[in-house]
Design a protein around this ligand. Structure first.
Ligand code: CP3
Length: 353
């Protein structure tokens, strides 16, 4: 008996438009999913989350499975993203932090000295056993729809840890980075290890792709990114490279960094909404797939404007050897979910071949 006859679900999954686009193979239509597709834009999300704090929800496999599936059911997106957060592995190694509604992650004792760094221990698979269980349950429910696992990149995690919370200017982070490069390097190595272990746990539990979110890296000039950040993101990507799932690498305000992000090693580079995909591709290089990049705020415009911009993203994406349609950053909580569904339908219709 051939492997495909023994396990029919696996070929269908591997043959999905999303995974084909990641591998730069021909696709039946352009695959589409949305960063932050699971969350507050959906009434069914608010209902199941009522009374359950964010980080508690992340540790409950039944809730994670339900919330991860909600946007797949509602919008018919081509991939699911695990409901979790970039600070989950930090919480798992004992960092005292919380996610404050309307604010974001808040860390009780920021990490700014060598003694502080000693409190940040490596991540063991057992620390995230509940997340691995959630992945297994979700994969079983999703069938042929791929599940994307994710983690925060070392710089973005460092920003929360060093600032103690969300930051506009990242001043404490830059003070450490420029003032004590040796401690900075040690912190980034520690975070790269935690991130790689977190991604590995998700891949071993069954996710079909992973995304490394370096949301705040656009705060850096390219020279500093190359010297003090990119090697650590590259180390994370390389640590999971042998596991064979496509890797997506995304950041915001990265126009000046895209070439270096491409060099970090992921198969797919996520592009924010500030640069058309064909121009982004010239900076990334011709041998990567791209993901993006409709402006999430544009979804608040009248439908004809949304449709026109969706078509423009598809047109620019045709320059790439693989294109995964997405927003240029996460879904804004007040977004009309009906508009997201219409965008999915339009992407599928316009790109069908
Ligand atoms: O649908 C998905 O994309 C999967 C779930 C997901 C969440 N966070 C759930 C979440 C993902 C991929 C993330 C990643 C994440 N978390 C990033 C990188 C992506 C990005 O947007 O740049 C960052 C920077 C964080 C840190 C974080 N966590 C922020 C800034 C916030 C928002 C705070 C707020 O309330 O405005 C969170 C909390 C969070 N993570 C929520 C969700 C659904 C909201 C909490 C809630 O619903 O109560």
């Amino acid at each position: 008996m051939t492997a495909s006859a023994a396990a029919p679900a696996v070929p269908a999954l591997q043959d999905s438009a999303f995974l084909r686009a990641c591998r730069r193979e021909p696709v039946p239509h352009t695959p589409v999913w949305f960063m932050r597709q699971a969350g507050r834009s959906l009434p069914e999300y608010r209902k199941v989350r009522a009374g359950v704090p964010m980080l508690e929800a992340c540790w409950r496999p039944d809730l994670v499975t339900e919330i991860t599936l909600q946007p797949v059911r509602r919008h018919g997106v081509d991939a699911a993203i695990l409901f979790s957060d970039i600070v989950v592995p930090l919480k798992a190694v004992g960092v005292d932090l919380d996610i404050v509604p309307g604010v974001g992650p808040v860390v009780a004792e920021p990490i700014r000295t060598a003694a502080d760094l000693d409190r940040l221990r490596p991540l063991e698979p057992d620390d995230v056993a509940a997340i691995a269980e959630a992945v297994r349950m979700t994969v079983a429910e999703l069938g042929p729809v791929p599940l994307i696992g994710f983690a925060g990149a070392p710089f973005t995690l460092a920003s929360y840890l060093v600032e103690g919370g969300p930051s506009r200017n990242h001043e404490h982070t830059k003070a450490l980075m420029y003032g004590d490069p040796v401690l900075w390097d040690a912190l980034m190595r520690r975070l790269a290890g935690i991130t790689a272990a977190f991604l590995r746990a998700q891949i071993e539990a069954g996710v079909s792709a992973v995304q490394l979110f370096d949301s705040w890296v656009g705060a850096l000039p390219a020279t500093d990114y190359v010297r003090q950040v990119q090697p650590h993101s590259a180390a994370v990507l390389s640590a999971v490279g042998e596991l064979g799932v496509p890797r997506i690498h995304f950041g915001v305000v990265t126009g000046e960094l895209l070439g270096h992000m491409g060099d970090a090693g992921a198969e797919v580079v996520g592009v924010d909404f500030r640069l058309p995909l064909d121009e982004a591709l010239q900076r990334i290089g011709p041998d990567r797939a791209v993901q993006g990049n409709l402006d999430p705020a544009a979804l608040f415009a009248p439908w004809e404007a949304v449709a026109e911009r969706t078509r423009a993203v598809l047109a620019a994406g045709r320059a790439a050897p693989g294109h995964i349609f997405n927003l240029g950053h996460g879904v804004i909580p007040e977004t009309d979910p009906g508009v997201l569904t219409r965008v999915v339908d339009l992407v599928h219709e316009e790109s069908a071949r």
